[in-house]
Structure formats: structure tokens, C-alpha cells
Design a protein around this ligand. Structure first.
Ligand code: ATP
Ligand code: MG
Length: 336
């Protein structure tokens, strides 16, 4: 990986008829700009620019790609373009709208409607810092994920998988709508071909099958990530990584601490979505939606005294481990 990030396009650069206002973010695979279209409307433009494969000097337009990385760069470019094409066919309030995508400067640009608000990740961090008993209210979690799942269902109907669902890729607009962003088809191809699978997935949210080359991914892979996002909304931090869970699974223990705070049904939904065996998870978004909408059956089972004592002991042990370990810092990407 090159250490220096490729330079973003400077303000006022015009690409495909869109004028760059400023950079909104720079991730591993591209740069997102706030831009204006010909009518002066705000749009978000995402530029394909994987920092591990390309460099760009300040003030330049064209990325420079080393000869030995060119085929991988082109492969990623092709799937970024295809992602734009597939997303452009989807029109749903919970899926970011792709308005246009085009080639220029030896790369590809995806034009999206500009969303104003913050990511769910930002909200979780703010809520967690308030140190209240609940990070989010149960009704908030249910209505938030009801929206996300409506969008995800359409995505799956279009034979696409997201494969990087995490709080940083769920955008909450100022008018309180949840929108899925960052489909990352390029990331998916590059991770397979580029021999660098693990660092590309966000710990805690990636299903166990994403760590195996031969495993078959499907709607259940995104559903695992949805379960992990609900978990993060309840706990304020992500669950343990899948490989760690395969060694020693503490999910039920962590969730049992939330008994009485969240309903048994919501806790069961998270356990179901996050089953390590893909076949034990909801196999479709529809199946999950059905379960999540069973509002009437909410029961809150409090912990018994014996369970409380056991939990306090377990917490003490795991807190001691945390002081030397990393569990609490695994929130994934930092808020941008
Ligand atoms: N349509 C949009 N409107 C407003 N802001 C956006 C939009 N799309 C992306 N952003 C901003 O840019 C950030 C990064 O976007 P995105 O998640 O698509 O890319 P990324 O995480 O950098 O991508 P990758 O993981 O492929 O490197 C988002 O967190 C958000 O702040
Ligand atoms: Mg992202």
C-alpha cells in the first residue's frame, strides 16, 4: 500500500459538467465531493481512486497507476462502473440515488443525490457518550431498521448484495430518513483478487463467510451485518469479530446483559441474524421484517439474582481483559 493518499481534485474543477465544491470524505477506495450540477443543485460525486493502487499529485487530474497494479485497478474500475449502473436502476428512499455515472480522467465518477445529515455511526458515538442506560430506544431501533430493511429488500431483489453494511454506511438525513450508502462493488472485487481480504471488512459487522474465499454469500450475509448494526445500536459498540466468535462466542453473554432493557424479541432477533451458521439466520429480508414487526409481543425478562451475580463476575473478567485487549475500540471506521 502506498503511504501517501492520492490528492483530491481541487475546488472548482469541472468533471462531466459537475463543479467540485469541496471534498466530503476520502476512503480507501475513493473520494466523495460535494459538487454542483449545471443548474446549481448540490450533488455528491464519488470518484474511484483506490489508494492502494493509485496515486495522484496535488493539482493533477489523472491518477497514476503502477504497471503491475494496472490490471487490478481496471478490474476495480469496471465493477465500480457496474455498481453505478445497477444502483441507477434502484429508486427507493432508503437507498442512495445514483443520478449519473461516467468515465473521465481515466477513472469513473458516480453522481448521487446529496444527503444532509450524519451517519448512524456518528449518532451511536454521540448517544454512547451520554452514558444513559439505553443507547437507543427500542422503538427507534425498530423504525430505523424497518426503513433500512425496506431498502435492502429492493437491493436484494435486484440481485445485488451490499456486503459492507455497518453504521458508517447508514446515513440518517436531517429529516430523519435512513439511507443505505456505499455499496462498494469495487471493494468486493479488489478484496477477492487483490489478496487482501481481511483488512477490507469492518470487524464486527462482517459475517464469518466473508473471511472464507470459497464460501457462498447471499442475503444472509447482509442480514448478519444488520444484526450487528442493531447490536451496536443497543450496546454502543460493535460485537466481537466473527473469527473471534468462532473461537469463543460471547454474543449470548453480551446480549443477556441487555435483558430487561430491550425486549426478549429484539434480543432474539439479533441472535438469529448473527448466527454463525448462515443457514440458521433469516434467509431473506422479508423473513426478518416479519419478525421485527411483531411489536405486540414484546416481553421484558429481567435477570434473576443468580444471573446478575454471574454476569458481574463475567463482566469483571472481561473488563480486565479489555484493559489489555481491544474489544472496546473496534467501532470500525472513525466518524468522518
Ligand atoms: N450521497 C451522499 N451525500 C452526502 N454525503 C455522502 C454521500 N455519499 C457519501 N457521503 C459522505 O462520504 C462518506 C464516505 O462515503 P462512502 O461510505 O460512500 O465511501 P467510503 O466509505 O469512503 O468508501 P469506501 O469504503 O469504498 O472507501 C460518507 O460517510 C458520507 O459522509
Ligand atoms: Mg463508507
Amino acid at each position: 500500500m502506498s503511504k501517501v493518499k492520492p490528492a483530491p481534485l481541487p475546488p472548482d474543477t469541472v468533471i462531466g459538467g459537475y463543479r467540485v465544491v469541496r471534498r466530503l470524505s476520502a476512503g480507501g477506495f475513493g473520494v466523495v465531493y460535494l459538487s454542483l450540477d449545471m443548474e446549481g443543485q448540490q450533488v455528491a460525486v464519488k470518484e474511484y481512486l483506490p489508494s492502494s493502487l493509485a496515486t495522484r499529485a496535488p493539482g493533477e487530474l489523472l491518477p497514476k497507476v503502477q504497471a503491475d497494479k494496472l490490471s487490478l485497478y481496471r478490474l476495480g474500475l469496471k465493477s465500480f462502473f457496474e455498481e453505478g449502473r445497477s444502483l441507477a436502476q434502484i429508486s427507493h428512499p432508503s437507498v442512495v440515488s445514483v443520478l449519473n455515472f461516467f468515465r473521465e480522467n481515466e477513472t469513473v465518477y458516480m453522481v448521487m443525490n446529496y444527503l444532509e445529515g450524519a451517519t448512524l455511526q456518528d449518532f451511536i458515538i454521540t448517544a454512547r457518550d451520554l452514558k444513559t442506560q439505553k443507547v437507543f430506544r427500542e422503538s427507534t431501533i425498530r423504525s430505523l431498521f424497518d426503513e433500512v430493511l425496506r431498502g435492502l429488500r429492493i437491493v436484494h431483489q435486484h440481485k445485488m448484495l451490499h456486503l459492507d453494511i455497518k453504521p458508517a454506511n447508514i446515513f440518517i438525513t436531517d429529516d430523519n430518513k435512513a439511507v443505505l450508502i456505499d455499496f462498494g462493488a469495487a471493494r468486493e472485487v479488489l478484496s477477492k483478487e487483490g489478496n487482501f481480504i481481511r483488512p477490507m471488512y469492518t470487524p464486527g459487522f462482517a459475517a464469518p463467510e466473508m473471511y472464507r474465499r470459497d464460501a457462498s454469500m447471499g442475503p444472509w450475509t447482509d442480514i448478519y451485518a444488520i444484526g450487528a448494526c442493531i447490536y451496536a445500536c443497543m450496546q454502543g459498540y460493535p460485537p466481537n469479530e466473527a473469527p473471534q466468535r468462532l473461537e469463543k462466542d460471547r454474543l449470548s453473554l453480551a446480549l443477556s446483559r441487555l435483558r430487561g432493557v430491550y425486549s426478549d424479541n429484539l434480543i432474539e432477533v439479533v441472535e438469529w441474524c448473527m448466527a454463525l451458521d448462515p443457514l440458521s439466520r433469516p434467509q431473506s429480508v422479508f423473513a426478518l421484517q416479519k419478525e421485527l414487526s411483531r411489536e405486540g409481543e414484546r416481553r421484558y425478562t429481567k435477570l434473576t439474582v443468580g444471573e446478575k451475580v454471574r454476569l458481574q463476575f463475567d463482566t469483571l473478567v472481561s473488563d480486565t481483559k479489555k484493559k489489555t485487549g481491544r474489544e472496546a475500540t473496534d467501532m470500525g471506521a472513525k466518524p468522518k
